[in-house]
Ligand binder design. Structure first.
Ligand SMILES: CCCCCCCCCCCCCCCC(=O)SCCNC(=O)CCNC(=O)[C@H](O)C(C)(C)COP(=O)(O)OP(=O)(O)OC[C@H]1O[C@@H](n2cnc3c(N)ncnc32)[C@H](O)[C@@H]1OP(=O)(O)O
Length: 225
């Protein structure tokens, strides 16, 4: 890891536009899928490995310390480049791109081979992770941010890969600093494959603060840690 200067709080290295981070990260996602499904022969794979190692060496020559959440907060509670579900710069993320309505949050996505659990179907842990995100995003969207205290998932039907899925969440009830949200993953014909409920709790040390103060405190912690 290099000792290059810490990037600005917007996380951009000098002169790099967001679109380039986005398209570059997408190319790495494509590489991951190509890696998983390639039928290349041994010689081709060995050549590809050397090329990939060269690219990795180029990128690791200058890196942020730690994580994006710690180093480069993106000016909001949700907008993290590093988030494993929605992170623009995280090649592990699909990423989900949420639409925000008055009382719900939703996204459409098409999971491929990288997300396999049972043959041809989505891994249950990944479904739970995506539900955690949409349920938590809804709480933030309603100005009721919190950490997941409890997450429960009912898997109703196997969830096919390589098909358009819709994930959405709505609020079930609220009580002080607690928010209960419910969400589903469903197919285009409306079949619900999984249903999740979550309890999101604003941690004790933040309960006396306003939303603006919570955002500010998070960013201060991130930039001074
Ligand atoms: C940093 C902040 C904000 C914003 C962030 C935004 C993030 C923007 C991303 C958007 C979307 C991300 C979506 C992914 C979200 C994660 O993945 S979060 C990561 C996974 N979750 C965690 O790591 C949380 C770990 N747990 C904790 O930190 C703490 O246990 C909690 C949940 C904050 C609660 O701690 P606490 O505030 O000290 O709670 P405490 O005062 O003991 O109890 C308060 C009340 O809650 C109840 N309670 C506590 N735990 C539970 C439980 N597990 N079940 C039921 N009731 C419970 C207590 O019984 C008590 O009830 P009352 O007596 O008041 O009726």
């Amino acid at each position: 890891m290099s000792s290059s200067p810490t990037p600005g709080t917007d996380g951009h290295a000098p002169g790099v536009p967001t679109e380039l981070y986005s398209s570059f990260t997408n190319s790495v996602r494509e590489l991951a899928d190509a890696t998983l499904r390639s039928n290349a022969d041994a010689e081709t794979l060995a050549r590809a490995e050397a090329l990939v190692r060269e690219v990795t060496a180029t990128l690791t020559a200058d890196q942020i310390p730690g994580t994006h959440g710690e180093s480069c907060p993106q000016g909001g509670l949700v907008g993290s480049w590093g988030n494993t579900v929605v992170g623009l710069r995280n090649p592990v993320a699909i990423p989900l791109v949420f639409a925000y309505e008055t009382d719900r949050v939703w996204a459409e996505f098409t999971p491929g081979a990288l997300f396999e659990g049972p043959p041809g179907h989505m891994h249950g842990g990944v479904i739970a992770m995506f539900l955690d995100q949409v349920l938590g995003e809804l709480a933030v969207h309603l100005n009721r941010p919190g950490l997941t205290a409890n997450l429960s998932v009912d898997y109703l039907k196997p969830t096919k890969l390589n098909t358009v899925l819709r994930i959405e969440a709505w609020v079930e009830r609220t009580e002080g600093f607690k928010t209960w949200t419910t969400g589903t993953v469903s197919t285009a014909d409306g079949t619900v494959c999984a249903k999740g409920t979550g309890l999101f709790i604003l941690p004790r040390f933040l309960r006396e603060k306003s939303l603006a103060e919570i955002t500010e405190a998070q960013q201060h912690d991130a930039t001074t840690s």
